[in-house]
Design a protein around this ligand. Structure first.
Ligand SMILES: [Cu+2]
Length: 115
């Protein structure tokens, strides 16, 4: 689940959000990686928050938090049919995972990742 707050904009504003390849540092320098997994649109509510819950298919939580770097990117409101700039970014790394410590191997089997 993705939660945003203090969005200074009218209620009903919609934001695209994706999991991208790369890091937030890449994104800030204008070299963000391509979107890898789309997340549900975020729509701002009257209290300036927005949340969305997306089930990302075909990948486990541990796979998202390991391997090649990825980051969650929330975009500014879309103006045209192009990707708008990032307004919020969070790196997905094993350091930030709320899961228990573990090895780096991923066996491809069905994990028991908590969510
Ligand atoms: Cu994106």
């Amino acid at each position: 689940m993705l939660a945003m707050k203090n969005l200074m904009e009218p209620a009903g504003t919609m934001h695209l959000a994706h999991i991208h390849q790369g890091t937030c540092a890449n994104e800030r320098s204008g070299k963000g990686g391509p979107a890898e997994y789309p997340l549900k649109l975020l729509t701002t509510k009257k209290n300036e928050t927005a949340t969305s819950t997306t089930v990302v298919k075909g990948v486990t939580l541990s796979q998202l938090f390991s391997g090649a770097p990825k980051y969650i990117n929330v975009h500014a409101p879309r103006v045209k049919a192009v990707e708008s700039p990032s307004i919020s970014c969070a790196d997905l790394s094993s350091d930030s995972a709320a899961t228990s410590s573990g090895g780096t191997g991923s066996s491809g089997g069905g994990g028991q990742d908590g969510y």
